[in-house]
Design a protein around this ligand. Structure first.
Ligand code: NDP
Length: 397
């Protein structure tokens, strides 16, 4: 029996609900819960092959979550709400004996940190309770960690240089929109850049380091070094890494909008008083920007995300590039969501599948590279995110 509770009914939640329903041999009882129940009902109404229960929940409230968990009695929660809810959901899991999976690290509302320590601090409690917590099981973090684990297991004796390259060559035909939750997205891009070299973190100004990289089936795109949360767990779990960096492509239009948004103070996470009530500028901005979940309809082009790795195999230096390309149009056709939601929701579903099949199940809190990558890699090919490998090529980095 696979009793699963999905929390969050945004772009990613839509994909998870649909993919979970497509794998009803593994997921036998499904509930979708979120802050706005009507969004869950709309997604559930679109799913014909199995019946999905829906519920309203405030995931900021442990009490509310506990009530829901005791009512539905899930074995696993897939958390695709926002990073702010990670800890309350983990607390409720401990209280009710439920296993946990998410796609983004916990973020306090008033700081933009992208650090794992809050969640890693649950290690002993999950272990003692005999419960599994799987952290960061989207695409990046998620598949990029698993790609790295796959490379380390099958193609290298030691990995030395890792560059995660994330290209969105899609066009949503809007002047400015973010591909996932705007608050989290803008926080991530406007913070300082950071990478790992020779045993320490090196900080850069936002977008200070950039380079033109060539992406398969896409071509050259300007790529900007930024800090991304999987670098923290990967450098810890693969201590042979001498350098680890993360690159993401941005168009000029996007960067110009972003600069203006920042300059006028709209990217701020510090509350201000407005007409007698406190508002957070970036939360107000979110309310006026296009909903990432609604971008799918006219989205063309594709994403291309992968890992470029240099290291040693049998005493010789080797280069290796593993990647997936995902078409926004194909993602929309299959799930009604765009490629960024798709590339996050499919891995979350596969991670949950690994749990229910008993392949990724051990008491404690783990990042995905700490599990066996093989069965996950096999499912990526079956569930819509096929991967490709290139050996001994110029990595450009
Ligand atoms: P959306 O903003 O589209 O959706 C978030 C959903 O969570 C909404 O349905 C929202 O409800 C719900 N929610 C927010 N607060 C609460 C709450 N207190 N209680 C219950 N539900 C709540 O975001 P996305 O779907 O784009 O992203 C979901 C998650 O996936 C995020 O954590 C994001 O960081 C992560 N992500 C990870 C990626 C990866 O590769 N690892 C890539 C992209 C995203 P409402 O509808 O009422 O607002």
């Amino acid at each position: 029996k696979g009793r699963v509770l999905i929390i969050g009914a945004g772009g990613v939640g839509t994909v998870v609900a649909k993919k979970v329903a497509m794998n009803s041999d593994v997921f036998t009882d499904i509930m979708l819960a979120s802050r706005t129940k009507s969004k869950c009902d709309a997604i559930a109404a679109d799913i014909k092959n199995v019946k999905i229960k829906t519920a309203q929940v405030d995931a900021d409230s442990v009490e509310d979550l506990v009530r829901l968990f005791n009512d539905f009695k899930p074995e696993l929660v897939i958390n695709v709400a926002l990073p702010y809810q990670d800890l309350t959901i983990m607390d409720a899991c401990l209280e009710c004996g439920v296993n946990y999976l998410d796609t983004a690290n916990y973020e306090p509302l008033d700081e933009a940190k992208f650090e794992y320590h809050w969640q890693w601090a649950y290690q002993e409690r999950f272990k003692e309770a005999g419960l599994t917590a799987i952290l960061g099981c989207g695409f990046d973090p998620g598949v990029t960690n698993i790609f790295t684990a796959h490379a380390a297991k099958h193609h290298f004796d030691e990995i030395h240089y890792l560059d995660i390259v994330d290209c969105n060559a899609g066009d949503h035909h809007k002047a400015f929109a973010t591909n996932f939750n705007p608050e989290i997205n803008i926080r991530e891009i406007t913070q300082k850049g950071k990478y790992w070299e020779d045993g320490k973190w090196i900080e850069t100004e936002p977008q200070e380091i950039h380079k033109t990289l060539n992406y398969p089936e896409v071509g050259p795109r300007e790529s900007y070094l930024l800090y991304h949360e999987e670098l923290e767990s990967l450098t810890k779990n693969f201590p042979t890494l001498r350098r680890a960096r993360f690159w993401m492509t941005f168009g000029q239009e996007y960067l110009t909008h972003l600069r203006v948004i920042q300059n006028i103070g709209m990217a701020s996470i510090v509350p201000i008083m407005y007409e007698g009530r406190e508002i957070v500028p970036i939360q107000f901005l979110k309310a006026v920007l296009p909903d990432p979940g609604e971008l799918g309809e006219n989205y063309t082009g594709q994403t291309s995300i992968g890992c470029r790795i240099r290291g040693i195999k049998d005493g010789k230096e080797r280069t290796y590039y593993i990647y997936n390309n995902c078409s926004h149009e194909a993602a929309y056709k299959e799930t009604g969501a765009q490629g960024v939601s798709y590339t996050t929701g499919v891995p979350a579903t596969i991670g949950a599948m690994m749990f229910f099949k008993g392949l990724w199940r051990k008491p404690g809190v783990f990042n995905v590279e700490e599990f066996d990558p093989d069965p996950f890699m096999e499912q990526l090919n079956k569930q819509g995110l096929p991967w490709h490998e290139l050996f001994d090529i110029d990595l450009e980095l």
